[in-house]
Design a binder for this molecule. Sequence first.
Ligand code: DX5
Ligand code: ZN
Length: 223
Amino acid sequence: MNKVAASILSCNNAYLGDSVVAANDAGVDFVHIDVVDGAYCGNFSFGPKTVSDLKRLSKAPVEAHLEMYDPQCYLDIFFEAGPDMVTIQSDSSACVLRTLEAIKRKGINAGIGFNSSVTIDQIKYYIAHADYVVLLCVEPGFGGQAMNPCIYEKVRAVRDFVDREGIATQIFIDGGVNEETGAALLECGADVLIVGSGIFTGDDILRDDIVANVRRFKSLADG
Ligand code: DX5
Ligand code: ZN
């Protein structure tokens, strides 16, 4: 069954908890927290305290998407925060496979994120080592960007590869997902749509809007 995750990067931080509760109440499948460190992709966002606070608040599982360099140096502090899933970027360090193994040893689902420029061959090298892949369709670090259309071919290729090889790794899509691109990505074989500004757009967004937005993406995912 296809799923929808709410990415809080674009959320008005003054209403973070209420926004996550609204997304939960609307049935979101998990909460996606981008940890952006100021160095990897030119923005700052959330840290381990946000992960632990939202983990306590959220009924839905919580994913920490580490868009930062050298995540292997900070694993303990993120493990203590208690996320259900941790995603590292394929170009974030020279020991990506060891880092994925360290995450899995903690009983946490381990994901690997690929920027748009990463080729299918590179993805194939890593894919069986992760519980899920996060295919980014935009440059990392900022919400509200337009999706790079190269993603469609990539999702189809990854879907074919995973099915052909009998690999259980799931395919998540992150960045630029709206109802139109989301429908096309599901057609191409995506398992999970990670949606940021499509759920939380606007500084004055109301609880009812968040609920309605999550429900729209959920019914898209349910087909
Ligand atoms: C980009 C992040 C995404 C982002 C998606 O660096 O990884 O999770 O929040 O936001 P939208 O859906 O607005 O593109
Ligand atoms: Zn993300």
